[in-house]
Design a protein around this ligand. Structure first.
Ligand code: DX5
Ligand code: ZN
Length: 216
């Protein structure tokens, strides 16, 4: 399967949000990656429901929501109503992860789990068959524009081995510091979806940059 590219709207120009959403519509990107931060789980606040509502009115591709919030169960139905297709919660924010995943699926969304850089992939062994997507954080969550953590390659390989051993169909997404410098190696290790924020939006030609990431 060809890998997917999910530009992170966190790095868009919020003064020209519709323009940037339409740019993603016209590009070879596959998904919209939407970062929701609460200032508690991570030391930053991004944007919330009204902004996602504005985005989804124009977005013509899969909406992949990454919740960096404590107690995400409170908002599962809200994000379903806002048109999210994939809802990813943090392993570190869920006391009853299995229950949370079932609740996301019951709301007709795909269920994702994100792992902080220090969280071992083996912690997912007993629940991997219930997860549609694992988002491996290749930076500490909270901010765009950080440097890629090199240990990610090994984590992707280990996770791919676990997914195959369990005969699961879970996708592997990489989030943080992704560029054409590491994209090929990540895909070779087993990544299916690459999130890219600054590398796309800070480039001179975001459409071309997305195409470069798609064809590495
Ligand atoms: C970080 C967010 C990322 C971020 C990626 O907490 O989850 O999605 O937008 O940005 P870049 O690609 O700039 O590292
Ligand atoms: Zn993200």
């Amino acid at each position: 399967m060809a890998h997917k590219i999910a530009p992170s709207v966190l790095a868009a120009d919020f003064g020209n949000l519709q323009r940037d959403v339409e740019m993603i519509n016209e590009s070879e990107a596959d998904w919209f990656h939407i970062d929701i931060m609460d200032g508690v789980f991570v030391p930053n606040i991004s944007f919330g429901m009204p902004v996602l509502d504005a985005i989804q009115k124009h977005a013509k591709k899969t909406i992949d929501v990454h919740l960096m919030i404590v107690d995400p169960d409170r908002y599962i139905d809200t994000f379903a109503k806002l048109g999210s297709h994939i809802l990813t919660v943090h392993y570190e924010a869920c006391t009853h992860l299995h229950r949370t995943l079932q609740a996301i699926k019951a709301a007709n969304m795909k269920a994702g789990v994100a792992l902080n850089p220090h969280t071992n992939i083996n912690l997912l062994e007993d629940v991997i068959e219930d997860i549609d997507l694992v988002c491996i954080m290749s930076v500490n969550p909270g901010f765009g524009g950080q440097s890629f953590i090199e240990n990610t390659y090994q984590k992707v390989k280990d996770l791919k081995t676990l997914i195959k051993r369990k005969n699961a169909s879970t996708l592997i997404e990489i989030d943080g510091g992704v560029s054409t410098k590491n994209a090929r190696q990540l895909i070779d290790c087993g990544a299916d979806v690459l999130v890219a924020g600054s590398f796309v939006f800070k480039s001179d030609n975001p459409i071309e940059t997305i195409s470069d990431l798609k064809t590495v």
